[in-house]
Write a protein of this length. Structure first.
Length: 163
């Protein structure tokens, strides 16, 4: 009986030591990581601390989803990764009003059906192939359309469908 208790205590100590060693290993930064940290500016360190705090405030499910997104990002070609970084940097530079407007547009986009999103994407692809003069003409038509009353828009739509 006493031998079983001793074995149980030894087993417990070994498991505890293994867990402590694993935890300390996981939290000990490498020399390379320490060097990179030391080379950062104070503002970069502050930003990283804030990101860390935001990550720590996530639920486990959110952390898993974030890890999946990071893994997907890392599989992208370098030029796509850079395009995403560039877009993020542009987003950071927006004013509060611009960010609010963008958020509103994103909410409107998110509410669209998949079919409507595909239509809009196709229109955008076609728009990219237009000459500058054609683009200018299209933008002018769009501004005119925006100024029209709903009744006038309906009339124009019906006329276009008859052709």
């Amino acid at each position: 009986m006493r031998i079983q208790k001793i074995r149980l205590v030894i087993l417990f100590v070994l498991v505890a030591m293994t867990m402590i060693a694993a935890a300390s290993y996981a939290q000990t930064p490498s020399q390379e990581t320490i060097k990179k940290w030391q080379q950062l500016s104070e503002s970069e360190k502050k930003e990283l601390r804030q990101l860390y705090q935001r990550r720590e405030s996530l639920t486990d499910d959110q952390k898993v989803a974030l890890q999946k997104k990071i893994k997907k990002f890392k599989t992208l070609p370098p030029e796509e990764q850079q395009a995403i970084r560039d877009n993020l940097n542009r987003l950071k530079k927006l004013s509060a009003e611009e960010k609010a407007a963008l958020k509103k547009k994103f909410a409107r986009w998110s509410s669209l059906t998949p079919e409507r999103k595909e239509q809009i994407k196709a229109i955008f692809q076609k728009y990219k192939t237009l000459t500058p003069a054609q683009r200018q003409r299209m933008q002018q038509r769009y501004r005119t359309w925006q100024k029209m009353s709903p009744e006038d828009r309906q009339k124009v739509t019906e006329l276009m469908q008859q052709q």
